[in-house]
Design a protein around this ligand. Structure first.
Ligand code: COA
Length: 163
């Protein structure tokens, strides 16, 4: 059976910590797609299409990495696309409980799909999209947290919201 993996997340926006995970793991699978999804409990700075476009720009030289959007339930996406592996990044023990719940919920409806955790490298352990947005909103330097084009996109977003 071919190993069709998706790496899911909000990616609002993608950070160098996410990029590092993709670079480390994508080669382990026959097919690897980064899937941008919605969490009902978050409000987003970038639209789902904008988030996907920022990710595409990161990996535009690598045809083995695909980017897609999931606008509804991940379980439905898994079924529609014959996915058998979900990759999630784990930064610390505090991520674990949430990952376990999501993994079990997805397994309720897609019993053949497994969730695998990829551990975030220690230098990126404290990264989060929220921290990046907070620094950028206040005019700080986010160059170590996000690729250059994401930095530009954050600048544009916050300049346009300041009106
Ligand atoms: N580097 C940097 N940051 C990282 C990281 C890494 N390697 N790994 C995780 N993070 C951060 C993210 O930046 C994010 O930060 P934020 O909370 O400040 O935005 C945080 O960890 C967790 O984000 P993420 O991994 O994107 O999870 P999420 O909770 O935002 O997204 C979905 C979860 C969208 C995948 C999930 O809600 C989903 O599947 N939605 C679809 C609808 C559905 O099926 N819901 C039921 C799911 S059981």
């Amino acid at each position: 059976m071919s190993k069709t993996a998706i790496y899911t997340g909000s990616f609002d926006p993608i950070t160098t910590g996410h990029v590092d995970i993709v670079q480390r793991v994508h080669g382990l699978f026959d097919s690897f797609t980064i899937v941008v999804a919605y969490s009902s409990f978050k409000s987003y700075l970038f639209s789902i299409e904008e988030r996907a476009e920022l990710i595409r720009e990161c990996f535009k030289g690598n045809s083995r990495i695909q980017v897609d959007c999931c606008k509804g339930l991940l379980a439905q996406y898994i079924r529609d696309n014959n996915v058998n592996l979900i990759i999630r990044g784990a930064r610390s023990v505090s991520d674990f409980e949430n990952e376990l719940s999501m993994s079990n919920a997805n397994k309720d409806t897609s019993p053949d799909c497994e969730t695998l955790l990829a551990f975030t490298r220690s230098k990126y352990q404290h990264y989060s999209s929220r921290i990046v947005k907070e620094i950028a909103l206040n005019g700080g330097d986010v160059s170590q947290y996000v690729p250059g084009h994401v930095q530009q996109a954050l600048k544009q977003k916050y300049n346009s919201t300041k009106g």
